[in-house]
Ligand binder design. Structure first.
Ligand SMILES: C[S@@+](CC[C@H](N)C(=O)[O-])C[C@H]1O[C@@H](n2cnc3c(N)ncnc32)[C@H](O)[C@@H]1O
Length: 355
């Protein structure tokens, strides 16, 4: 008895193959499995080889010799991932043709396995809570995938914010800057033009890779280091940096006080911190659309100040800059300028530690 699942994609078979192989490898790694791709590839679960590539035809199929049950070493099956041209695209099918050889052919056991391990997770993935979380992570909270990489390589709509931050931060050559949640590294690229040194963290592996690529020259000159880390536990000793920045990240944080306290801890005496975060007024606009908007934490201006003081900053004040001029300077299209007008485009928090 077989098990089969498929999706139709508007991609030609060779693009569908490349996209699926890349995404599958990333997704398996998040589940603690490794997919080494290519003709001599493997699928590993910890140190156990569960799949071995025995057929690798890009754009057509991948065939795996599959060991689904290491307690029954003789049970070896052939799992196929097929890419078949259909009108307007490609049908991708994953099939295990002999599934009953492991579970037996009792209908109720197979039904139980299918309901619990395939159908229920699939239905949950297609329901609002999980789907909204997936979209939020994929696009902004932990960006991944080709579209996110293209967006964060050159995040035009974030550049007005970068300009506002750089204006208040007034970087100098002898600054050592920390960016928390650096995304694809576009802000770092602009900040490093001041001649300063910098370090950055982000918890998205794909964003860390992209930010390193975008800033490869600064990294090779030892002016920049980027690490995959969480905002609430920064991997630096106390008093390391002269300044710090966080832009487009704060709305996602479940424990904002912890993150601010960490930034305070790693700042030296006289350190300055600039935070840009989306204001409540942006909820539901293209800057904070659903389903992302309802997963964001918004703050009143005064609340930001209070949080910074609680985190140990000696001085904190908020601003509502007019981003329109910055938006014009970076080339935001005329019809989108409205989003940046009228001091509702976002909140800036400026905080300091004492000398
Ligand atoms: C909307 S993007 C903004 C990226 C960049 N700062 C910019 O303005 O283009 C939010 C970024 O924050 C990162 N992020 C969110 N929560 C984080 C956390 N708890 N620790 C580290 N990075 C985080 C995400 O991975 C993502 O790259």
């Amino acid at each position: 008895m077989s098990i089969r699942t498929s999706i139709d994609l508007k991609l030609d078979p060779s693009c569908a193959f490349n996209a699926l192989v890349g995404e599958l490898s990333t997704a398996l790694s998040e589940l603690g499995m490794q997919f080494e791709t290519g003709v001599h590839g493997h699928v590993m679960e910890g140190s156990t080889e569960v799949g071995r590539v025995i057929g690798w035809q890009p754009g057509e199929q991948i065939v795996l010799e599959w060991h689904g049950a290491d307690w029954q070493p003789a049970e070896v099956a052939t799992v196929e991932l097929r890419f078949e041209p259909i009108e307007g695209g490609t049908r991708v099918t994953l099939e295990h043709p002999e599934w009953s050889s492991v579970l037996g052919d009792q209908g109720d056991e197979l039904a139980g396995w299918f309901a619990g391990e395939v159908a229920a997770p699939l239905l949950r993935a297609m329901a609002p809570r999980r789907l909204g979380d997936w979209i939020t992570d994929r696009r902004a909270r932990r960006p991944s995938g080709a579209q996110a990489r293209a967006f964060y390589r050159d995040p035009l709509y974030h550049r007005p914010n970068f300009k506002a931050i750089l204006q208040v931060l007034a970087l100098k050559r002898d600054d050592y800057l920390l960016e928390v949640g650096c995304g694809g590294g576009a802000f770092l690229e602009e900040a490093l033009r001041s001649g300063c040194k910098a370090a950055a963290i982000d918890h998205s592996p794909e964003m860390v890779r992209l930010a390193r690529e975008v800033n490869r020259e600064a990294i090779s000159q030892n002016r920049l280091e980027i690490r995959e880390e969480e905002a609430h536990s920064l991997p630096y000793p106390d008093g390391t940096f002269t300044c710090a920045v966080m832009t487009g990240v704060f709305n996602f944080l479940q424990d904002p006080l912890k993150a601010l306290s960490e930034i305070r801890r790693v700042l030296a005496d006289g350190g300055r911190f600039v935070l840009f975060t989306a204001s409540r007024e942006l909820r539901g606009t293209p800057a904070a659309p659903e389903p992302i908007a309802s997963r964001l934490y918004f703050y009143e201006d005064q609340e930001l100040e209070e949080l910074a003081r609680k985190a140990g900053f000696d001085d904190a004040k908020w601003e509502r800059p007019d981003f329109e001029q910055f938006a014009r300077e970076v080339g935001i299209p005329e019809e989108m300028l409205e989003l940046f007008k009228g001091r509702t485009g976002g909140q800036l928090l400026l905080a300091r530690t004492k000398y």
